[in-house]
Design a protein around this ligand. Structure first.
Ligand code: ADP
Length: 494
């Protein structure tokens, strides 16, 4: 059942600068991952276009009242923006789905409402983080005043284009900054509509700008621009490190980085309902075809429940139906690109060369409408140094390791480089707490896997999985800098 016709989704080769769509020559092709066809062209902002956008943002930040107005007024604008997004839910969901891996039904039921609700969450912080009064001697007054940075640069990945804008731009705008965003060159269109709606909601022209292009040219020019006072990024660890290095060399600025992961799902043999856990574990690695930074890609299971759990997971993997993002019956979306699918196949091959066995999957589905659809894959017989355990695959590929004692389980759950998220399944509260303390990860989910709509819980990684947090109070604070003020009124007393 086709929910929409992908060819009917019109998009423009354009940036968004100074409050309007700015058409520019198409130099890149944007493909539809679902059928591998070229959907439209995209401009490639060079350093001078990036400079125009940043200058525009800087002027808007200095000359409009966005940063100076009552914070509650900024909050009202963000809430209006959220309302407009929800009112256009269906159109936005189609725009999101056509060039991404987000099934249109999920985009309508989850991505669009989460985008709107995320903005509402940040709007509520606009007047909550003003700073503090310091403890000083009686005839002094010490203040710590929270102020926005100015222009924040944001670079986002292709897996959740709308939601990422809500997280990055919502937090920055609530704190009173202007933003220049570079979305992924693979999923660049839906966010342009979001920017138009921001203007309609009352965000002053120039406060939210978008430059289109790739990482090497456009992303790098944005990162290096001297008027960008803070960078926020979500994507791979390697690119995050490159962005941090560019910032350091071109004039240090703070960076928030949400990076890669290789997150464990640790299952103990006291779980009361193995089948329920099988459902959670399977969903955690097949949602968005595993193309999620927090995907639970390493199953670590206590021997007593291993066979029953693996059977339940394999059964669920087998029931998934690949199909285009506009196919209402499909339950497994495509891989973002042929290159990414080839990379995944290479890791699976190297995993087998290193002694791993495939319980199911391991390759691409045959036939279909074009595009690359990866079979949900279970890999057994792996050791900690196997490539499938070591490397982030970013697809529906789950490795399985078994253990006997709690200590062994926790030791297997640790990863040499990554520490983004972890899941723990147990009926024993003491064990759950020991695991929570023992796991070196930015997020630990107990008896569930995945975020809820409790946006107040921040998200971000330990180790090479990132620096700083998205969501939560921490995300707004990361968009503020703090001015220290000390007033001495003793002298005025005589
Ligand atoms: P992915 O594997 O998801 O493409 P990346 O981390 O390479 O992961 O890309 C995430 C975002 O970072 C994209 O918007 C991409 O264009 C951008 N990007 C890639 N390389 C750079 C770079 N050197 N500097 C700035 N941005 C970059």
């Amino acid at each position: 059942m086709q929910i929409f016709d992908p060819r009917s989704i019109a998009v423009q080769s354009a940036h968004f600068i100074g409050g309007r769509v700015v058409p520019d020559t198409a130099l890149l092709n944007v493909l539809r991952p679902s059928d591998g066809q070229v959907h439209a062209g995209l401009p490639l902002a060079d350093a001078s276009t990036v400079d125009a956008a940043v200058q525009n943002a800087w002027q808007a930040w200095r000359h409009t009242d966005w940063a100076r107005r009552a914070p509650r007024e900024r909050a009202r604008v963000l809430r209006r923006w959220a309302d407009l997004i929800e009112a256009e839910g269906e159109r936005l969901a189609q725009l999101e789905a056509v060039c991404s891996t987000r099934p249109v039904r999920d985009a309508a039921a989850w991505d669009v409402p989460f985008t709107a609700e995320g903005l509402r969450f940040f709007s509520e912080y606009a007047d909550k983080l003003g700073g503090e009064v310091a403890a000083t001697r009686h005839d002094h007054l010490g203040l710590v005043v929270a102020e926005p940075y100015g222009v924040v640069g944001a670079i986002t990945p292709w897996n959740f284009p709308l939601v990422m804008v809500s997280w990055k731009v919502g937090a920055a705008l609530a704190a009173g900054n202007a933003v220049v965003l570079k979305p992924s060159e693979m999923t660049p269109f839906s966010v342009i509509r979001l920017a138009e709606l921001a203007i309609e909601a009352g965000v002053p022209a120039g406060i939210f700008n978008i430059v289109q292009g790739d990482g090497r040219t456009t992303g790098d020019a944005l990162t290096r621009h001297p008027l960008i006072s803070k960078m926020t990024f979500t994507g791979s660890t390697r690119t995050g490190a490159a962005i941090m290095a560019s910032c350091a060399l071109q004039g240090p600025k703070p960076v928030t980085l949400e990076l890669g992961g290789k997150s464990p799902q640790l299952v103990f043999d006291d779980v009361p309902d193995v089948d329920r856990v099988a459902g959670i574990v399977a969903r955690a690695i097949t949602g968005n075809a595993g193309q999620v930074c927090v995907a639970g890609s390493r199953l670590i299971v206590q021997r007593g429940v291993a066979e029953a759990l693996i059977d339940g997971i394999a059964q669920r993997f087998g029931a998934l139906k690949p199909g285009a993002t506009w196919d209402g019956q499909a339950t497994l979306p495509p891989i973002i690109s042929a290159q990414q699918a080839a990379r995944m196949l290479d890791i699976v091959e190297r995993a087998r060369d290193a002694g791993a066995q495939l319980r199911c999957g391991g390759g691409l589905f045959d036939g279909g409408p074009g595009g690359a659809y990866f079979q949900p894959t279970l890999i057994e017989g792996v050791t900690a140094d196997n490539p499938a355990v070591q490397e982030e695959i970013f697809g529906p590929v789950l490795t399985v390791q078994t253990f006997d004692t709690e200590e062994e389980g926790l030791a297997l759950a640790a990863h040499e480089h990554y520490g983004l998220a972890a899941g723990v399944h147990t009926a024993d509260i003491g064990r759950a707490m020991r695991a929570m303390r023992g796991l070196s990860a930015g997020t630990v989910w107990i008896n569930r896997y995945g975020r809820s709509d409790d946006f107040v819980i921040p998200t971000g990684g330990y180790h090479q999985s990132g620096i700083g947090k998205d969501l939560g109070r921490q995300a707004v604070e990361a968009n503020l800098r703090f001015k220290s003020v000390l007033m001495d009124f003793a002298a005025t007393h005589q």
